[in-house]
Design a protein around this ligand. Structure first.
Ligand code: NAP
Length: 326
């Protein structure tokens, strides 16, 4: 197994005490959730050489991910839990200072782990405390005490329950406010990023501040709304893939990696898992990069996706929740 995983480069995070992050992660957001399929897919990924896994309280995949890691250790596929980098996320209903630590403790119980490598604020949105649900009522959105929540995140790192802490879906505006209050800067911002949503403004900002970017929906997302997948169906990427003898998914993941960003890609299919890992021993050409730079931009995930269409925001300005930034 060491041979397979040694092909994957690693990134040292600039904040916190986490081990270096492997340069591609496996996503585990899967709806509908089937426990056994997530566990089997994570085991297949570990066998293929993945050592970086992304989950969240919301996804319901913390438990099967933890089961798979425990089984991989029992089977000798991993020496110990320390061989994997695990990220989980604080859901919006727990985005309150006094709920952060109990939420992380619940996440660790689900994962059957003593620590997560990285714990993220899932969204710059706070919802009234309660069970995680989808979609949410606009009336349940409340102002986010980002300073208070971040102090509680810092406490999680201080206690060693999270080796590093970070955020997700934060724009430069959200980061400005957070950085003004942070004693520990966020190690990572996990955002939608791929050749069709390149996030140039955010990338420049995070490079300057030493915040590493992880890319979710690296392959265009799972198309919950039935829209065509703008990454996997991109004619520009298809042309480049044909010329390089690679797949469109590999071109997209390679492009993300070349931007200094860590792609998080979801597939539970063994062959596609292997294919997505095979991006580290070849390069795009300058011409490929120029063509990709010209792809028209389109964001899929919006803050409005969190909420049912009816109803009204009564205690927040919806502009504060907006995560779309050109
Ligand atoms: N922080 C956040 O707010 C947030 C939001 C969304 C996602 N995420 C995280 O990021 C992860 C990845 O994002 P995502 O789940 O939106 O989707 P994604 O990784 O962009 O897209 C995956 C889609 O591409 C297909 N696929 C994967 N590899 C392929 C290949 N080699 N060739 C062709 N098709 C391929 C998959 O289908 P098959 O499964 O059928 O292969 C899947 O439907 C999530 O699982 C989650 O962990 C985080």
């Amino acid at each position: 197994m060491a041979a397979a995983s040694s092909r994957v480069p690693e990134v040292a995070l600039r904040s916190g005490n986490a081990r270096p992050m492997p340069a591609i992660g496996m996503g585990t957001a899967s709806f509908p959730l089937v426990h056994e399929s997530t566990k089997a897919a994570v085991l297949a990924a570990i066998e293929a050489g993945y050592r970086h896994f992304d989950t969240a309280y919301l996804y319901g995949t913390e438990k099967p991910l933890g089961d798979a890691v425990a089984e991989a250790v029992r089977r000798g596929l991993l020496r110990s839990r320390a061989d994997v980098f695990v990220t989980s996320k604080l859901w919006c209903t727990q985005n309150h200072p006094d709920l952060v630590l109990p939420s992380l403790r619940q996440t660790l119980e689900n994962l059957q782990m003593e620590y997560v490598d990285l714990y993220l604020i899932h969204w710059p949105v706070s919802l009234k405390p309660g069970p995680a649900a989808f979609p949410n009522r606009k009336e349940d959105a409340v102002p986010l005490d980002v300073e208070g929540v971040w102090r509680a995140m810092e406490e999680c790192q201080r206690l060693g329950l999270a080796k590093a802490i970070g955020v997700s879906n934060f724009t430069t505006r959200h980061l400005d406010r957070l950085l003004a209050a942070a004693a520990v800067p966020p190690a990572v911002n996990q955002v939608e990023l791929n050749p069709v949503w390149q996030q140039r403004t955010l990338r420049a900002y995070c490079a300057e501040k030493g915040i590493h970017i992880a890319a979710f929906s690296a392959l265009g997302g799972q198309n919950w709304d039935g829209q065509p997948n703008a990454v996997l169906e991109s004619p520009v990427l298809a042309e480049i893939a044909a010329a390089r003898g690679k797949t469109v998914a590999q071109v997209a993941l390679r492009w993300i990696y070349e931007q200094g960003v860590t792609p998080i890609a979801k597939t539970y299919n063994k062959e596609r898992l292997k294919q997505n890992l095979d991006i580290f021993d070849w390069e795009l050409t300058e011409e490929d990069r120029l063509k990709i730079a010209q792809i028209p931009q389109k964001k899929v995930v919006k803050h409005t996706d969190l909420f049912a269409p009816e109803g009204k925001f009564t205690s927040v300005d919806p502009a504060d929740l907006n995560i779309t930034e050109e």
